[in-house]
Ligand binder design. Structure first.
Ligand code: G3P
Length: 216
């Protein structure tokens, strides 16, 4: 993974699922080309292949499982890799896993060379999860997710208390303005995770506005 990174979590928002996922990816690709910002798209598992086939941007899964066998509905790591995923989120606040399961999943992801951005709700959780040595940690206070109130402005200490970890730390939750991005990066974050502000808004315009927050 290259940093600083701008991860967009499409979640299950209809505006970035199915055919809309490809449409969104094209918009993000134009912004990445114009600004030079490293945008990564985290899409629905079933959208990975056709989004990866239609964009030059790295496409990530939103979650992976490592339990081959009789498990209906799993999102197996081999499947997302075969579909063209270049990495995955894991332990997002909306898809948390027990520590032991995270340890095993990250072990297999490393073996299969799939970068993991491991999500944490607090700086203390981030410290514990960093011991699993993912590619990066993404600290996101759940109470701010989807609120439009950014971690940068409402809880900057979540960022400052996490960035001293010995690996890249991203942040997310409520990021909606260029200033939110500028503050996050100035506090030491090596990237951001954003969902509602760009997926539910005027997509290309919002992507551009937040991407400008990366300007040196
Ligand atoms: O993974 C990032 C996401 O949880 C942040 O959500 O809508 O507050 O940007 P949002």
């Amino acid at each position: 993974m290259r940093f600083p990174a701008f991860l967009v979590n499409c979640k299950a928002y209809p505006q970035a699922v199915g055919k809309n996922a490809v449409r969104f990816a094209k918009r993000a690709e134009r912004v990445a080309k114009r600004t030079g910002v490293k945008i990564i798209l985290c899409v629905q598992a079933a959208d990975i292949a056709h989004v990866a086939d239609n964009t030059s941007l790295p496409v990530f899964a939103q979650h992976v499982d490592v339990e081959p066998g009789a498990h209906t509905g799993n999102i197996e790591i081999e499947s997302v890799i075969a579909s063209g995923a270049k990495g995955t989120l894991l332990n997002h606040a909306e898809r948390q896993l027990p520590f032991a399961k995270l340890k095993e999943t990250i072990r297999v992801c490393k073996k299969m060379k799939l970068p993991v951005v491991l999500c944490a709700a607090t700086p203390s959780a981030a410290k514990k999860l960093a011991t699993l040595k993912p590619s990066a940690i993404a600290v996101e206070p759940p109470a701010l997710i989807g609120t439009g109130v950014s971690v940068s402005k409402a809880k900057p200490s979540v960022i400052t208390n996490s960035v001293s970890l010995p690996l890249p730390v991203l942040c997310g939750a409520g990021i909606s303005y260029r200033k939110d991005v500028e503050i996050a990066l100035s506090l030491g974050a090596q990237g951001i995770l954003v969902a509602s502000a760009v997926v539910l808004g005027s997509q290309e315009k919002m992507l551009e506005k937040l991407a400008q927050g990366f300007a040196k």
